[in-house]
Design a protein around this ligand. Structure first.
Ligand code: FPP
Ligand code: MG
Length: 283
């Protein structure tokens, strides 16, 4: 069992950047309207694990050929936008699932209603693209838009799939689209922002995709959502974790690469334990 502070040990070299991401989220979601502020405060009252920002920042540092203030700022803005997209998708996912709780707190859809939750998710989503267009180059923004379109497609395929009996191939398509794609774009865009070579960008994209697949398969298995999936293989999750580790052979050694390797085990372990208490205390 990972110790409670393992996540903080892994994040240790990037805590200042994660802190900037956290502060940036608070700053960006503030509006001049008290009612709207109450709703966004409600969404962010539970601290998440900041997995995607951490993946983006660690990947950027692991692949970096450039480092200066403007690169640091772009990386923080990218990580902020990705975390906003993730939170927007969870707000919408809770409406689709008619979920009552998220991170042990009543969901927005139950506390307010579905209409408010749709609009709040949309607002976070468009704020993310506002930040991307202000701070990042078109070649970074383009894959993010492709992945977010894919997240919606993944959910649509799932919604419209006849009956509960998904076959494993269709299930994997949904997993790649709805979960793994956002992790893959976090790692590849982080690497690109920091001037990563084509080889390291590709290696980190593969890393993120496979970490995302491993995470979602284990998560669904622990949630007992896989018994109806024809041909489901938990072993596929462990093979994806192995592929993630192997893909990093293409990039040079650094403390950031070691932390990414440690993250593979952490992400799988957290998924197994449903460790919702693993939040990050930031400086
Ligand atoms: C949680 O999965 C949900 C997702 C990973 C993605 C949801 C995506 C959408 C609702 C499409 C809309 C997207 C945007 C960008 C606004 P889960 O249900 O397996 O996990 P859970 O147990 O945490 O709910
Ligand atoms: Mg859900």
């Amino acid at each position: 069992m990972p110790k409670k502070n393992t996540i903080e040990i892994i994040y240790q070299p990037i805590l200042p950047e994660l802190s900037r991401v956290q502060r940036n989220i608070r700053k960006q979601v503030k509006t001049e309207n008290k009612v709207v502020n109450k709703i966004v405060d409600y969404i962010f009252q539970a601290r998440g694990k900041l997995l995607r920002p951490a993946l983006a920042i660690l990947s950027g540092r692991a692949a970096a050929t450039r480092s200066d203030e403007s690169v640091d700022e772009a990386l923080v803005q990218l990580a902020t936008a990705i975390e906003l997209i993730h939170n927007a998708s969870l707000v919408h996912d809770d409406i689709l699932d008619d979920a009552a709780f998220r991170r042990d707190i009543p969901t927005l859809n139950k506390t307010y209603n579905n209409h408010v939750a749709v609009l709040a998710g949309d607002a976070l989503f468009s704020l993310a693209f506002h930040l991307l267009t202000r701070h990042l180059a078109p070649e970074i923004i383009e894959p993010v838009t492709r992945i977010t379109t894919g997240m919606c497609q993944g959910e649509i395929i799932h919604e419209l799939y006849p009956g509960d009996n998904l076959d494993f191939e269709t299930y994997l398509t949904i997993v790649r689209l709805k979960t793994a794609g956002l992790m893959a774009v976090s790692t590849q865009a982080g690497a690109r922002v920091c001037g990563g070579t084509a080889v390291s960008v590709q290696a980190l994209e593969e890393f993120g995709m496979n970490v995302g697949i491993a995470y979602q398969l284990v998560d669904d298995y622990v949630d007992d959502e896989t018994s109806e999936i024809e041909g489901f293989s938990l072993d596929y999750a462990f093979k994806a974790a192995d592929r993630a580790r192997s893909s990093l052979k293409a990039i040079g050694g650094s403390v950031f690469k070691s932390k990414l390797l440690e993250m593979v085990d952490l992400v799988v372990a957290m998924s197994v334990q449903k460790d919702m208490s693993a939040t990050v205390k930031l400086p």
